[in-house]
Design a protein around this ligand. Structure first.
Ligand code: THU
Length: 157
């Protein structure tokens, strides 16, 4: 028997203004996408912007349903839409922006477990790391260089 530890690496930016220009642009698109979220049940809007290897940006936002479990997160809406439209392209980065309707979120929204699994598949499919940018209405922005940091021991067959 041996005891092992896994470390994960990520960067912290103090605000949107501190982000490199390309990241900032992508986060602004995610912010814009959050405004059209259909989040009438949770009132927790999330926007996502996916940058592809051909330079296209595909947007997504959370889509809720009266049958709650049928709703879908912003990240998966954006990723599946991107892969449906541009199946040959690689996903280079994704920006995620949490924008609740009733309060100011002062921390970054990070992808849920299911979205991490889908991100992992996109990373493997494209054979290229996906940079993940996570933000909230205000506060710090997190940047993670690869889905591998977010999902150790991910499912695989
Ligand atoms: N949600 C996302 O869209 N992305 C996340 O990373 C976390 C949660 C959505 C799902 C649901 O519509 C609402 O936020 C509240 O959980």
């Amino acid at each position: 028997m041996e005891n092992n530890t896994i470390e994960i690496a990520y960067q912290v930016f103090s605000s949107m203004e501190e982000l490199p220009q390309d990241d900032r642009r992508l986060m602004e698109k995610a912010q814009e996408a959050s405004l059209s979220a259909y989040a009438i049940y949770s009132r927790f809007r999330v926007g996502a912007a996916v940058l592809l290897s051909n330079g296209k940006v595909v947007l997504g936002n959370n889509q809720e349903n009266v049958s709650y479990t049928e709703g879908l997160c912003a990240e998966r809406v954006a990723l599946f839409s991107a892969m449906a439209q541009y199946p040959q392209e690689q996903v280079k980065s994704i920006a995620i922006y949490g924008n609740p309707m009733n309060y100011t979120l002062n921390s970054a929204v990070t992808p849920c477990g299911a979205c991490r699994q889908v991100l992992m598949e996109c990373e493997q499919r494209g054979k290229s790391n996906i940079r993940i940018l996570c933000g909230g209405t205000t506060g710090e922005i997190l940047a993670i260089e690869s889905v591998k940091h977010l999902l150790p021991f991910h499912f695989n067959m």
